[in-house]
Design a binder for this molecule. Structure first.
Ligand code: SF4
Length: 389
């Protein structure tokens, strides 16, 4: 794959030594109003992305990964989405308080996004070259001729002949359209690249090339990457840190090596246990997490994973929500049934508070109202503290 002759991005205030994270999401609560009900899409997301790091955001469909990503670009529909609480700061400034001009400068320039479906992000009436060139003209101040030459180099960079710069999106296959989307996203050397399942439509050889290319550019430009995926293999290859999301909350975050070696949350252990490992026997069955992510409507005050958790604690997990606590440097987890001191302290505090509440006002368990099944405590493979109550 030919290497593009890249121009270094201007030194931004962030690169010049701002110690604040590039993206700082604090206690973000977002609801969507639908005809039938309120959807609690994000329920207190806390996430930081530092300059130059790659963060993997993993979780099943419906966890809130894409909503979080769209929030960074302030692209959530203002008619449907309501930011109830919290904030997203980019380079220290709230994205919800940026002017239209600042937002336009950020989108496609400082922050780029590779969307899941290139058909919805490419305009069918313009050639792919024109669509890449318009970004280069706006953000890199190139003239039309320079921008088209650069667009053709960018196409070469993602494995498409530069001579196809004047072709329209419908003349490309699905995988090629995705590569065009990737070329457009990388065109302005963004500080942050948000990649939302970017390689799902690609075959494995192209996927490997694209991932390699993204890593190279990340190094060259000190670019941060937010990698949204459910492919834990890609996360292991690409990411320095991993945040696991479930029902609109981060439930565990840590360095990638730590999370693969020492997953603590039952959901993370389930996700990792469900990945096929090289060398495992043919007859060995993959672990599967029973059930599906519940609909994010009328959520009771309880751990969101309660119905699917094999180590849940009745009377606690169905009556209170665990907060993220740090159990080791950089390793955070939101679970009551974890042996680490910080989790035990949180559990003791919450149990004492629930006991106080029950004594004053007898309360009906969320599990009763939700018709949840009777509590059972089983083992999850690899959990040394299984069955702890
Ligand atoms: S043990 Fe309790 S708090 Fe932890 S994941 Fe299971 S249900 Fe949630």
């Amino acid at each position: 794959m030919p290497k593009i002759n890249v121009v270094k991005a201007d030194d931004s205030p962030v690169i010049k030594g701002n110690p604040a994270p590039l993206v700082d999401i604090r206690d973000l609560v977002v609801e969507f109003k639908t005809e039938r009900s309120l959807v609690h899409a994000l329920n207190g997301v806390n996430l930081q992305i530092k300059q130059g790091e790659s963060l993997g955001l993993v979780g099943e469909a419906g966890a809130g990964k894409t909503t979080t990503a769209l929030g960074i670009l302030n692209l959530m529909s203002p008619q449907a989405a309501k930011v109830k609480d919290g904030d997203i700061r980019y380079s220290g400034k709230s994205v919800f308080q940026m002017s239209n001009r600042e937002l336009l400068e950020m989108r496609g320039g400082k922050v780029s996004m590779i969307f899941q479906n290139p058909l919805t992000s490419l305009n069918p009436v313009f050639t792919v070259g024109e669509q890449i060139a318009v970004l280069l003209r706006k953000h890199m101040k190139m003239n039309r001729r320079q921008a088209m030459i650069e667009a053709s180099k960018l196409l070469e960079m993602v494995g498409i002949s530069g001579t196809r710069v004047n072709d329209y999106p419908h003349q490309f296959s699905g995988g090629m359209r995705q590569r065009v989307g990737i070329a457009a996203a990388l065109a302005c050397r963004p500080e942050l690249l948000i990649a939302d399942e970017p390689t799902t439509a690609l075959d494995v050889t192209i996927q490997a090339q694209i991932l390699e290319l993204m890593k190279e550019l990340q190094k060259d430009f000190n670019m941060a990457i937010l990698f949204i995926t459910h492919d834990l293999g890609v996360v292991a290859k690409m990411c320095d840190r991993v945040a696991v999301m479930y029902l609109g909350k981060i439930v565990e975050s840590a360095d990638a090596s730590e999370i693969y070696a020492n997953p603590q949350h039952p959901y993370t252990r389930g996700l990792i246990g469900s990945v096929h490992k090289i060398g495992s026997k043919k007859e060995e069955r993959l672990f599967s997490i029973e059930g599906t992510v519940p609909l994010a409507m009328n959520l009771p005050k309880a751990c969101g994973f309660y119905d699917r958790c094999d180590v849940r604690v009745e009377g606690l997990c169905n009556r209170a929500e665990p907060e993220l606590v740090e159990i080791a440097p950089g390793h955070k987890i939101a679970c009551f049934n974890c042996p680490h001191e910080a989790c035990r302290e949180q559990r003791a505090r919450v149990e004492a508070s629930l006991a106080g509440k029950s004594a004053s006002t007898p309360e009906k368990d969320a599990s009763d109202t939700a018709g949840r099944q009777k509590d059972t405590v089983k083992s999850i493979p690899g959990n040394k503290e299984d069955g702890r109550k």
